[in-house]
Design a protein around this ligand. Structure first.
Ligand code: FMN
Length: 357
């Protein structure tokens, strides 16, 4: 089945959900342009999710996607507390430098996995598409979403993960290559060396899913990671993609809420050097290399489990940003920032879609 039929869109272009840098405005703009706009739910309380969904559906009656994380909530036991204490001790010089009082650090996690409470909010809106990062929710929660006929998408970083998602209820798989900005979506294996760039991953996922369904229509595969222009989109199509999911190229769009510091970094030479780091949240994510990453090392074995590392990095970031510095900010971006333009999202959507013809 054509991806556009599955999603109800006119274009095979999905604006990647990007928690922290966008809300309903970007999603609505992309949906109105004929693509699939996405609302990231990972950092929203159920009440905030309801407000965003109301705002989004007031702007468009076109199909849209709502996205959630599906991580295992971290343990709050004694070993986890010991990791947290050691991490805070390691960061103490930065707290001192930036005047952050460790006693005021938030205790909880700023990113909750998809929950029954979030599903209750979704049920009132019945979004036509729901996507997940870090696997899929428990079968009962997934069944609630499927009950209103939603199309379910989820990210895979390996062939094994793509197969697992296809076997456990996804309607299409997003093949997330290593170039991609933001968090890696892995959930079966945590070994980053098993992950591939988009050009390598995409055709292998397409072939594996087709082989798993001999004689039947193959499950659509959406390519993600590194797409910045029409030529890239054409390449994805040539390699068997049913569509593309694009994040980084939308970061400078008028409708995104990307901070001024993040926008400046994207426009600077610094954007040529991105890397995977676990310092900000505890899970590897790709962002522009900054002082925090350079000084501590990109992937630190002492970082608290996702999303608990954010309890320390968040206040450091806020304090540095108040001084006009992005040294401690998660400047999430993919390897290919060449498509980033300060234009309406409809312009980016149309430019990408031109590669599909
Ligand atoms: C700033 C930023 C935030 C992101 N946040 C999310 C998110 O909340 N949920 C999600 O599923 N993917 C998220 N991603 C990853 C995207 O889904 C997608 O894999 C990626 O943007 C594709 O690569 P590209 O950035 O090179 O286009 C994020 C990416 C970026 C750049």
């Amino acid at each position: 089945m054509l991806l556009q039929h599955l999603l109800g869109t006119t274009l095979p272009i999905i604006q990647a959900p990007m928690a922290g840098v966008q809300g309903h405005a970007l999603a609505a703009a992309v949906s109105l342009a004929g693509g699939l706009g996405s609302l990231p739910g990972a950092m929203l309380t159920p009440a905030a999710l309801r407000v965003e969904l109301a705002a989004l559906t007031a702007l468009t009656d076109r199909p849209y996607n709502v996205n959630f994380f599906c991580h295992e909530p971290p343990a709050a036991d004694a070993p986890a507390q010991a990791v947290q204490s050691a991490w805070l001790a390691l960061l103490a010089p930065y707290f001192d430098e930036l005047g952050v009082d460790v006693a005021t650090l938030p205790a909880g996690a700023a990113r909750a996995p998809f929950s029954a409470e979030a599903a209750d909010v979704l049920a009132d809106f019945q979004p036509p598409v729901v996507s997940f990062h870090f696997g899929l929710p428990a079968p009962a929660l997934l069944a609630r979403i499927k009950a209103w006929g939603a199309t379910v998408l989820a990210s895979a970083t390996t062939v094994d993960e793509a197969r697992w998602l296809a076997a456990h209820g996804a309607d299409a798989v997003i093949a997330q290559g290593l170039e991609a900005g933001g968090h890696r979506g892995h959930f079966l294996h945590h070994d980053l060396s098993a992950q591939m760039g988009t050009l390598a991953l995409l055709p292998q996922v397409v072939a594996a899913l087709a082989a798993d369904r001999p004689g039947a229509a193959a499950m659509p595969v959406i390519a993600a990671g590194g797409f910045a222009d029409a030529a890239g989109v054409a390449a994805a199509r040539a390699l068997g993609a049913a569509g593309v999911q694009v994040g980084t190229a939308y970061l400078l769009c008028d409708e995104a809420t990307t901070s001024a510091l993040h926008r400046a970094a994207l426009l600077s030479d610094a954007a040529r050097h991105t890397a995977l780091t676990n310092l900000f949240t505890g899970r590897p994510a790709r962002g522009i290399v900054n002082r925090f990453m350079r000084e501590l090392g990109l992937l630190h074995p002492g970082a608290p489990a996702f999303p608990l590392a954010a309890a320390a990095s968040g206040p450091l970031r806020a304090a540095a940003e108040r001084q006009g510095s992005g040294d401690f900010s998660p400047l999430w971006a993919g390897q290919n920032t060449s498509g980033c333009r300060a234009v309406p999202a409809a312009v980016v959507t149309r430019a990408l879609a031109a590669g599909w013809n």
